[in-house]
Ligand binder design. Sequence first.
Ligand code: CA
Length: 227
Amino acid sequence: MANVYIVEDDARIRSALVAALSSRGHIVHTSDTGLGAIGPILEIAPDVVVLDLGLPDVDGADLLRMLRGVSTVPVVIATARDDESLIVRLLDAGADDYVVKPFSADQLEARIRAVMRRAMVTPGDLTIRVGGLEIDTAARTVLLDGRPLELTRLEHDLLTHLARNSGRVVTRDELLAEVWRQPFGGSDKTIDVHVSWLRRKLGETAAAPRYLHTTRGVGVRLVEPAA
Ligand code: CA
């Protein structure tokens, strides 16, 4: 069960989301304006905020920045535009994930579960488990379905960063900064090459991904494979 705060000016979408999420046992609060949401979000301290980008009173991206100034609450952006550069900008500005309209309650709930799971992982946890993957970050060893994987240093760092953030799209800029330690950008090609090597070792292909899902122009998402 999650305590969800929805910022959405469209009354129909808002009531549909409230009905769907409440019937699944979540507690839902809403606001139909952006500026009216900040006070209640700080007061209620929800587990997650679902933020519509197209609000009448304030630009959603500006609201995200204001919110980030005062709160670390996980934010899932809801956008009507499947605009890669906008999505990347918002992820880099502190959004935790996004859904593109129209989205189903199932999709939104999956995103909510993923951001909450990540929020519960303590940074000190030494072992990361996602599906059949088990990463021992201290010993720097990886097991896949109980079998050890031989990874290069970079592959290990890449897999660890993606697994720590599993369920979320990690942008290319973030990978370059956090894994390649090149905060001022580098070659996208490098990322593609290492992702494809990692894929091979995980026994999957770009056409039939299990753990590693690439979102063109946005980044890479590591997920628990469907059973
Ligand atoms: Ca709207």
